[in-house]
Design a protein around this ligand. Structure first.
Ligand SMILES: C[S@@+](CC[C@H](N)C(=O)[O-])C[C@H]1O[C@@H](n2cnc3c(N)ncnc32)[C@H](O)[C@@H]1O
Length: 351
């Protein structure tokens, strides 16, 4: 017998892009902040955001259908508890992440067919440049990206600060460290440490002020921002080098270039050490992907950065480390799917 599809089910899935865009507009308008924990009439929200009240009402209805907001009998809307992270002042805010995913990344998915056909980045097809070159060109999106990475980094940094033994270290160099959020989390828990955050020039230029605002003067003063191209040069002087959520954006060849640059810095640092000081170590922190069960995540990664960046599993990462002259001495789960690979230079005494 011929099977009959439920047209609503098909239509709902086909229209799911509408929900993500609605979420992005809600985040852009700051609706979650304006609702401030209570029900607010939609006309009031429209007046405060400069929106058309009739259209805003429809947007709120779409958000209500998605469970983002709840409506009372008088046409007033409140943020649902499950979406509290849309507030910009929430300690685990995900507002920037929502905007990044539902705008920029969603635009890149406009070229999904191109990625499926060719294996090339849809992002590059749509924006005419690879991800980081584009962020350099469009600072407004760059700021949203930095904010989104910071939102994701906070809980991982707290877990790393708690789980890893930083007692013998003095300086942590975070390679591709974004706006310094990860370092701030580590330094907050370990007052004897100082940090060096290495990233693209535009990220470093805006990060100091953002870090002072988010982490306070005391921590911000212990972090130095060093603009550098991490494919070419990484500063000396770290007891711990950190590469967190960096490698998955790059092909295996590119990963080896980054890891080799870090290895060179570790070598120079080891040679200049006072006798008796422990050798520098590299901490690679990556969410490991399972090629079978993480299909959506793998596809997402391919659309953003190309087929070669479809995520690494433990064996692939071990191979990349080996090709770069690094030996993992410990591999452990740190937070969610994030694994920590604690590495020494090949030939170290592994103490
Ligand atoms: C996915 S983000 C991760 C940021 C941070 N490590 C975290 O986990 O929140 C990758 C970072 O690498 C930086 N990056 C990309 N290419 C770079 C390059 N050639 N030189 C320096 N930093 C770079 C980006 O600017 C971005 O901050």
């Amino acid at each position: 017998m011929e099977q009959v599809s439920d047209p609503l089910q098909v239509a709902r899935l086909a229209a799911s892009g509408c929900f993500s865009r609605a979420l992005a507009v809600a985040a852009r308008l700051g609706l979650a902040d304006l609702m401030d924990g209570g029900h607010v009439p939609y006309r009031n929200l429209a007046a405060r955001t400069g929106a058309d009240p009739d259209v805003l009402l429809r947007l709120l209805q779409v958000l209500a259908a998605g469970g983002v907001v709840e409506r009372d009998g008088d046409g007033a809307f409140a943020l649902a508890e499950a979406f509290a992270a849309l507030r910009s002042d929430h300690p685990r805010s995900l507002r920037n992440l929502c905007i990044l995913m539902a705008e920029t990344y969603d635009d890149a998915f406009g070229a999904l067919a191109h990625t499926v056909r060719t294996g090339e980045s849809g992002f590059e097809r749509v924006f005419g440049a690879p991800l980081y070159a584009y962020l350099e060109r469009v600072p407004e999106t760059g700021r949203i990206f930095d904010g989104a990475m910071s939102e994701l980094a906070r809980p991982v940094a707290a877990a790393l600060a708690e789980r890893h033994d930083f007692s013998a270290a003095r300086t942590v160099v975070d390679v591709g460290g974004g706006d310094g959020t990860t370092l701030a989390g580590i330094l907050d828990a370990h007052p004897h440490l100082t940090g060096v955050c290495v990233d693209r020039a535009s990220v470093c230029a805006r990060a100091g002020e953002a870090l002072r605002a988010s982490a306070g003067d005391g921590i911000a003063r212990r972090v130095t921002f060093r603009p550098a191209d991490i494919f070419e040069e990484v500063p000396d002087g770290g007891d711990r080098y950190l590469l967190k959520n960096v490698l998955h954006d790059w092909s295996p060849e590119d990963c080896v270039r980054i890891l080799t640059a870090v290895g060179r810095a570790m070598h120079r640092t080891a040679e200049a050490r006072e006798p008796g000081r422990p050798e520098p170590r590299l901490l690679v922190l990556e969410p490991l992907l399972d090629q079978e069960s993480d299909g959506a995540h793998v596809l997402f990664q391919m659309v953003m950065c190309g087929k070669d960046t479809g995520g690494y599993g433990e064996q692939e990462l071990r191979l990349l480390l080996r090709r770069s002259g690094l030996t993992p001495v410990l591999v452990e789960r740190i937070f969610g799917e994030h694994r920590l690979f604690e590495c020494v230079l090949d030939g170290d005494r592994h103490t």
